[in-house]
Ligand binder design. Structure first.
Ligand code: KG4
Ligand code: ZN
Length: 338
């Protein structure tokens, strides 16, 4: 079964063709990042306009790269939410029109569930049940993934997302947007033990996170230590990154032990951070827990993960109608299925 996936929730316009939910036939991502970088973050109105321009050629490219035409497609999957409303509307309306015109089933995909499904595109995916962390610019959520489509939220950030903290700290330090890759590169030259930043919520008996205190601690440190010569920015970046990694790793391993899971799968933009993957893998191994992370091409926003989740939904007859609308937020309840 061939599914055409469409993603437009933030600043990437993406289309992909995925076979049977696991085999990527094509995956095209048109990033707007260089346009938004000038403003230090995503400008929603600009994003919507750029999606409008990109969506048609991106879908054409995805079909061409897969070596097929629209006649070969069995179903369409598009991100329904959460994300920027104007941006979501472009991809979702396009998908609705295509599904209607071609009389194809349409899946309205939850972007966060799709990030978790990026792990099933691996040659060797995690086995159910597993613990998953969706860690991006908008979310830091831990799930107990009991089976296909069964995502139970165990904890989430109470303020900033981890990726957002990377972006904000990078901005304070005069680094480029998005901040994650810039901080990771700078941190490689620093000593993570030199400046000790706070680890919020580490001792709390739950799986929630908080990163705004850490962000303020970095701001305070920069204010009180204006002399940033001799490799000091690298120590700040390394100290900040290690504080984030420490909290994420500790809570993930605790969640896996709590639910007796042998596998942890991380997904979302921040899972592109190799230092995080390496440290988490090493710590998890001590508890005989294996860590899975997507290749770089599937860490950030892409449409292959949307098609992967959409395939499950279409298979399970979770189909959307023309009257269905996009949503900007999901109201999460810890312990409840999404
Ligand atoms: O999943 P994503 O592409 O978009 C959202 O749905 O938010 O994630 C983007 C986030 C940004 O905050 C970016 O700074 C972060 O992922 N990111 C990283 C790295 N690469 C991207 N954070 C830490 N280290 C990285 N190497
Ligand atoms: Zn995302």
């Amino acid at each position: 079964m061939l599914i055409l996936g469409i993603e437009s929730s933030c600043d990437e316009t993406a289309a992909a063709v995925v076979e049977d939910g696991v085999r990527i036939r094509s995956s095209i991502v048109a990033s707007q990042v260089s346009t938004h970088a000038i403003y230090g973050g995503v400008v929603p109105e600009l994003a919507s306009r750029m999606h409008l321009e990109a969506i048609d050629p991106v879908v054409d490219q995805a079909l061409a790269q897969a070596g097929i035409s629209l006649d070969d497609i069995d179903g369409i999957a598009a991100t329904q939410g959460p994300g920027l409303i104007g941006a979501l509307l472009v991809g979702f309306s396009y998908a609705k029109a295509l599904a209607w015109a071609r009389n194809l089933p349409l899946a309205g995909v939850n972007h966060l569930e799709a990030h978790i499904c990026s792990l099933q595109l691996l040659d060797n995916p995690p086995g159910f049940p597993f613990i998953s962390l969706v860690v991006s610019g908008g979310h830091t959520n831990i799930y107990h993934v009991k089976g296909p489509g069964a995502f139970i939220l165990m904890g989430q950030t109470r303020d900033d997302a981890a990726g957002e903290a990377f972006d904000k700290v990078a901005k304070m330090m005069g680094l480029s947007y998005p901040g994650g890759p810039a901080i990771e590169a700078l941190a490689k030259k620093g000593d993570p033990e030199k400046i000790k930043f706070p680890r919020s919520m580490l001792k709390k008996d739950n799986f929630d996170f908080s990163f705004s205190g850490l962000k303020s601690a970095v701001a305070r440190h920069l204010h009180e230590n204006p002399d940033m010569s001799e490799g000091r920015p690298a120590h700040v970046a390394a100290g900040f990154q290690m504080a984030v990694i420490d909290v994420l790793s500790t809570k993930l391993i605790a969640a896996a032990r709590d639910k007796n899971c042998a596998d942890i799968g991380i997904a979302g933009g921040v899972s592109a951070n190799r230092t995080f993957v390496d440290i988490l893998s090493e710590r998890a191994e001590r508890h005989k827990i294996k860590v899975f992370s997507p290749p770089l091409s599937l860490c950030g926003d892409n449409a292959a993960m949307i098609a992967a989740r959409g395939w499950e939904m279409i298979r399970d007859n979770q189909i959307c109608g023309l009257g269905d609308d996009v949503y900007s937020r999901v109201k999460f309840t810890v312990g409840a299925a999404n």
